[in-house]
Ligand binder design. Structure first.
Ligand code: ZN
Length: 409
């Protein structure tokens, strides 16, 4: 693949000294270093993936980084967001990242976008850049990044992480698929948990984000084989890497149509989920396989209106230790399933299905609500989105009933 960026910039003596270990490699050389200096890379997010990506791209001598983030540094994220630190907790993530990046590369041009990446601003923000590196943690933004990159003909270095596993690919190349070719439709709301809900090994985004930065540098220099038409799967527990071939879908609704016909849609609506906890997205009747899902704000409203509501907490005890509501009935999902199996042993297959407690179902869906008066013919049941962390985060802001355990700050 030819280099994505022309070697327009010139290097100072100081830069030649600083990048001497690059420059002595024929695959990079002075020309490659000039390409890196001329390159403009947009990073969506300075979280777990964006941290190592930004650090390594800046350290490698990439000349211009655009950074989109509108969050603040939070102590509970420092186990993976290594560009930030204790000294910048509470500071805007953009300012915190800038401080660190300037120390690493004083010549770096940084453009900060202190706003959510949305259908309204995506094209304006992305347009001046050569490559976008997707460090998002949610489906609406991931689809938006893909569609905007395809529309503008930009390469999109994708990465995603969950618990112990990660994925990396390069989308948006004419010879390869886009994210939508692989995943035309988002998963049902609530089915795939976020890192906040399911957890993530802190070092995992370090590995995956570093691989994204590697792909970006290879594309800028035009060296090696980028992950175009391929997806790398990484399993940290097995320490295994698997590369899948992925094909372009000729009928893809995005890369299968002329660029000018691609329209950026309402991605929160498309995915039925918020792009961010702070987005204010508040659809009360999203469902997971027919069972309604409510968020903690809706739970609060329900408890205010109907104090008799029974809250059955089916999370595991280690999640109760993070945050739990007083007065809730606590039975771990596993105990319920075991009791059900014991009762049903030897009987014919029961009619109907157990309400959404199948093996492997998400622990995020933690609380089932039903009226205490069981005269109601069909108790109204909801899953509570967010699980332990969602409950904890929102209880700080909402006067929910007394908590049995102190909340983590
Ligand atoms: Zn496509």
């Amino acid at each position: 693949m030819p280099p994505l960026v022309q070697a327009q910039a010139t290097l100072t003596h100081e830069e030649i000294r600083r990048y001497s270990r690059h420059v002595i490699m024929p695959e990079v050389g002075i020309e490659g270093q000039r390409r890196l200096k001329a390159a403009k890379v947009l990073l969506i997010g300075t979280g777990g993936l964006g941290s190592p990506t930004a650090l390594y791209l800046a350290a490698a001598g990439v000349g211009t980084l655009g950074i989109v983030d509108y969050d603040v540094v939070d102590e509970s994220n420092l186990h993976r967001q290594v560009i930030h630190g204790i000294s910048t907790v509470g500071m805007s993530k953009l300012d915190s990242a800038e401080k660190r990046l300037r120390d690493l590369n004083p010549d770096l041009v940084i453009h900060k976008y202190n706003e959510p990446f949305t259908s309204d601003n995506a094209l304006r923000i992305l347009e001046p850049y050569d490559i976008v590196v997707d460090g998002t943690d949610n489906f609406p933004t991931r689809y938006l990044v893909n569609d905007a990159a395809v529309k503008l003909g930009k390469l999109n270095v994708y990465g995603s992480i969950f618990r112990f596993e990660g994925q990396v690919a390069v989308f948006g190349h004419a010879d390869g698929p886009c994210y939508r070719c692989m995943f035309p439709e988002p998963p049902p709301p609530g089915l795939v948990p976020s890192c906040a809900e399911g957890g993530v090994l802190g070092i995992l985004p370090g590995t995956v984000g570093t691989m994204q930065a590697t792909e970006a540098i290879k594309l800028i220099l035009g060296i090696g084989e980028p992950l175009v038409g391929k997806m790398l799967l990484y399993d940290a527990l097995e320490m295994s890497f698997t590369t899948l071939k992925v094909r372009k879908n000729p009928n893809c609704p995005v890369c299968g149509v002329p660029h000018e016909q691609i329209e950026l849609i309402d991605y929160e609506q498309f995915c039925g989920m918020p792009a961010h906890d702070r987005s204010g997205f508040n659809t009360p009747t999203t469902t997971v396989d027919g069972m309604r899902v409510m968020n903690v704000r809706q739970l609060k409203a329900r408890l205010d209106k109907e104090p008799e509501t029974l809250v059955l907490d089916v999370r595991d005890p280690h999640e109760w230790a993070i945050a739990a509501l007083d007065g809730s009935l606590r039975i771990p999902k596993g105990d319920i399933l075991a009791a059900k199996d014991a009762v049903l042993a030897g009987r014919a297959k029961p009619r109907g299905r157990h309400p959404r407690m199948g093996k492997g179902h998400r622990p995020e869906l933690a609380v089932v609500l039903a009226p205490k008066r069981l005269t109601h013919p069909a108790p109204r049941r909801f899953w509570l989105r967010g699980g332990a962390v969602g409950l904890g985060a929102t209880c700080r802001a909402l006067p929910l009933p007394a908590l049995s355990h102190p909340l983590p700050d």
